[in-house]
Design a protein around this ligand. Structure first.
Ligand code: CO
Length: 149
């Protein structure tokens, strides 16, 4: 497997609106997506662009921050906030060209893939790899969006 671009860093927050305000007013972010709910994952989220300065128009080399707030009483994010009341870094996400090949690859390396590939917030398939097999980092693997997405 060949490692692709770092797509985003997942950051948990107890309050999405406050976090959006922080990235806009303190960090100077100008491009933040509308919050969306993913009830099956128990999360409400949005993305903050961190664009490459002076990039040519239309190019998209920058990475993003994924802001995540728990949604519903059963959200897996509540446990994270219990340990980290202010929120903080939750996962890191890398792109790969082929999600199914990547799953086989990690499994062949003895890494625990958490569930089957499923649709992620960017509209391509994703899976997570257990943090204890990844140097302590919950790692999201995401298929690179095809041209035109
Ligand atoms: Co993510």
């Amino acid at each position: 497997m060949k490692l692709g671009r770092m797509n985003h860093i997942g950051v948990v927050t107890p309050n999405l609106e406050d976090a959006i305000e922080f990235y806009r007013d303190v960090m100077g972010a100008t491009n933040i997506t509308e919050p969306m709910e993913m009830p099956e994952q128990g999360v409400k989220l949005c993305f903050v662009d961190t664009p490459i300065m002076n990039a040519p128009p239309g190019s998209d080399g920058g990475t993003q921050i994924e802001l995540i707030e728990p949604l519903g009483d059963d959200s897996p994010i509540h446990g994270f906030l219990k340990n980290n009341p202010l929120g903080g870094q939750h996962h890191i996400c890398f792109e790969v060209p082929d999600i199914h090949e990547a799953k086989k690859w990690f499994e062949s390396k003895g890494r625990r893939v958490l569930g089957e590939p499923r649709m992620g917030a960017h509209g391509t398939l994703i899976f997570f790899v257990h943090p204890k097999d990844m140097g302590g980092m919950l790692t999201e693997i995401m298929e690179t969006p095809k041209e035109g997405h």
